[in-house]
Write a protein that binds this ligand. Sequence first.
Ligand SMILES: Nc1ncnc2c1ncn2[C@@H]1O[C@H](COP(=O)(O)OP(=O)(O)O)[C@@H](O)[C@H]1O
Ligand SMILES: [Mg+2]
Length: 142
Amino acid sequence: MNYIASNAEETKAFGEEFGKTLKNGDIVCLTGDLGAGKTTFTKGIAKALECIFEPVSPTFNIVNEYPGRIPVYHFDLYRLKTLEDLYSIDIDSYLFSNGICVIEWPEIAYPLLEKYKLVNIKYDGEGRVIEISEVENENSCN
Ligand SMILES: Nc1ncnc2c1ncn2[C@@H]1O[C@H](COP(=O)(O)OP(=O)(O)O)[C@@H](O)[C@H]1O
Ligand SMILES: [Mg+2]
């Protein structure tokens, strides 16, 4: 699936539409450069899941939790370098809990993910191209 969002409101609206399709246990990986709109898209996901707070960038906390119809765990793994760093935040307890994990800068976690939805956001002038696909990883260690 491909969308073109010409402003932040549209990116959030696409996030909300996508969020309505999510189920408990789903994992969403968000890729794209700094400022591409990953956190903006996450705001839409959280809206669809009726989270009571609007997500903010989790950069300094690594993970923020948003209670909702389905809880959302919003990660920013930018500062983490190794799988050990991931285990130190007890990532499995989120991946296998009730809720939906939304992960910015997810590359370090790929070896742990068996299946995820990938949302890639690319700059396109003033707008953004949002590509959504499903990824299965036969070599995951989970
Ligand atoms: N089409 C667009 N989609 C998303 N964000 C946009 C768009 N156009 C401009 N922006 C702006 O770009 C910034 C994106 O920030 P953010 O969502 O935090 O990005 P990221 O999490 O990828 O670093 C916001 O300030 C937003 O208002
Ligand atoms: Mg962000």
